[in-house]
Ligand binder design. Structure first.
Ligand code: UD1
Length: 429
């Protein structure tokens, strides 16, 4: 199995191009199920999760074609993909496909809206908590779907089509907001989603749906209004930059030291992480190229953080922030409020010499002067990259195993970091 080897202690200097956001690309690709015309997506990242979703969508009848490289295009540039679901040939999403990635469950919304039925396996995905689907089911039922769960499958039917309604989520869910929003675009009448997720990826999907002919207002706020239309058409849309990838490299630069520009990153989507980085002693400048981050000479201040739905501090950056705090001057408290089991990186960071104790949903991190390289194991997507960040700053060699987790969500990770001087390489086999 592939591993990543890092020789730490080298400051990062240079530029890192930020890829299209995985968490926007996935729902955008799923939106191709809503129309028989072609949806063309630009800036789609090359990731294992994206590839997996192409396979899942192909099973429903989506034809996908990739545009070739263009003159002068950087080898790290995203891809342009044309997706056409001229006919949905299968409304069933089987366990073998859905169990590998939670977001594939979201096909239930478009399939139900367009075909009046969907049979979708209960999802899998990262092992970061129980992650139920009750909000999806209640939301789709509110739009008139009849839903049964049998033998691990959610069976949803709306023979006469979906009908708009008020849907109030008991707590904020990104996936349930994406799914009900997509379903409501083809429902009869108006749907109002209350307590909706406000993440930039929700806004990106809404903007694409609007380009496809949907009538949506309020995206990016807790109340989204969707006026159903009889059909959607093709469109062209560019996936927004990945704020989690940008935040990850910002924490890496803060921890390893140096001067890095995150090309194309949107500071607007990273307000809280930037606030924390500044409090920790990093210098951040927002330029027309992206975000520049520097830490030269100063130590890292210990800062507290709680994860929260957007615009709060993202749970997807919690592990990376914890890696940074392991080298803080003092004690930091990090509280996870979104997922109940998202501290699997703690024991691996401890192998590098970090001092972290857990009390319920709060981690107390006592900064140490130096981490020491060690063999560590990736456990989930974001946890694994926190080990890479720590390895970049640790003395000596760190080897991260089970890096298939990293390949799910970080495009060209080793190339991007080695362009900035990091000593990082992939060992295959
Ligand atoms: C998405 C992101 C993931 C991120 C998460 C929170 C993608 C592909 N994934 O995941 O990277 O960490 O948002 O920002 O975009 N919940 C229920 N019932 C439900 C649905 C959710 O109880 O029916 C709970 C979850 O268990 C969790 C919380 O709601 O505790 C938030 O989860 P949610 O926002 O739905 O996460 P995802 O959409 O799966």
């Amino acid at each position: 199995m592939d591993r990543i080897k890092i020789t730490g202690g080298v400051p990062l200097e240079g530029a890192i191009p930020i890829s299209g956001a995985k968490n926007a690309a996935l729902p955008l690709m799923i939106a191709s199920l809503l129309t028989d015309e072609t949806l063309t997506l630009q800036n789609v990242p090359r990731l294992a999760d994206v590839q997996r979703l192409f396979d899942i969508l192909a099973n429903h009848g989506v034809d996908t074609s990739f545009q070739g490289k263009r003159n002068g295009q950087d080898s790290l540039a995203g891809q342009t993909v044309a997706m056409t679901a001229s006919a949905i040939v299968d409304t069933r999403a089987p366990y073998e496909l859905v169990s590998k990635m939670r977001a594939s469950f979201w096909v239930i919304g478009p399939l139900l809206a367009r075909m009046g039925e969907a049979v979708v396996s209960l999802p899998g995905g990262c092992a970061i908590g129980t992650r139920p689907v009750d909000f999806f089911i209640d939301g789709l039922r509110a739009l008139g779907a009849e839903i049964d769960i049998d033998a691990g499958y959610v069976i949803a039917r709306a023979k006469n089509g979906l009908v708009g309604n008020r849907v109030r989520f008991p707590r904020i869910s990104v996936g349930a907001t994406h799914t009900v929003m997509m379903a409501a675009t083809l429902a009869q009448g108006e749907t109002v989603i209350e307590n909706a997720a406000c993440e930039p990826e929700i806004v990106d999907l809404a903007d694409c749906l609007i380009a496809m002919g949907a009538k949506i207002e309020g995206q990016g706020t807790p109340t989204i209004h969707i006026q159903g239309v009889p059909r959607l058409h093709g469109a062209r849309h560019t996936v927004l930059p990945d704020r989690i990838e940008a935040g990850t490299y910002a924490f890496a630069a803060a921890m390893a030291g140096g001067d890095v520009t995150l090309e194309g990153a949107s500071a607007l989507h990273l307000e809280r992480p930037i606030e924390l980085l500044r409090a920790a002693g990093a210098e951040i400048d927002v330029t027309n190229r992206g975000i520049r981050i520097r830490r030269n000479g100063h130590g890292i201040e210990a800062v507290d953080a709680d994860t929260a739905p957007y615009p709060g501090f993202p749970t997807d950056l919690q592990a990376q922030f914890m890696a940074l705090m392991t080298s803080g001057k003092g004690t930091s408290h990090i509280t996870e409020t979104i997922f109940e089991n998202r501290f699997m990186h703690v024991q691996e960071l401890a192998r590098l010499g970090a001092r972290i104790s857990l009390n319920g949903q709060t981690a107390t991190v006592e900064g140490v002067k130096h981490l020491r390289g060690a063999p560590v194991m990736a456990t989930d997507l974001r946890a694994s990259v926190s080990l890479v960040i720590a390895g970049l700053a640790a003395e000596g060699d760190t080897e991260v195993s089970r890096i298939y987790h990293l390949d799910r969500g970080f495009e060209h990770l080793e190339q991007k970091l080695s362009r900035c001087g990091a000593q990082i390489s992939r060992i295959t086999g």
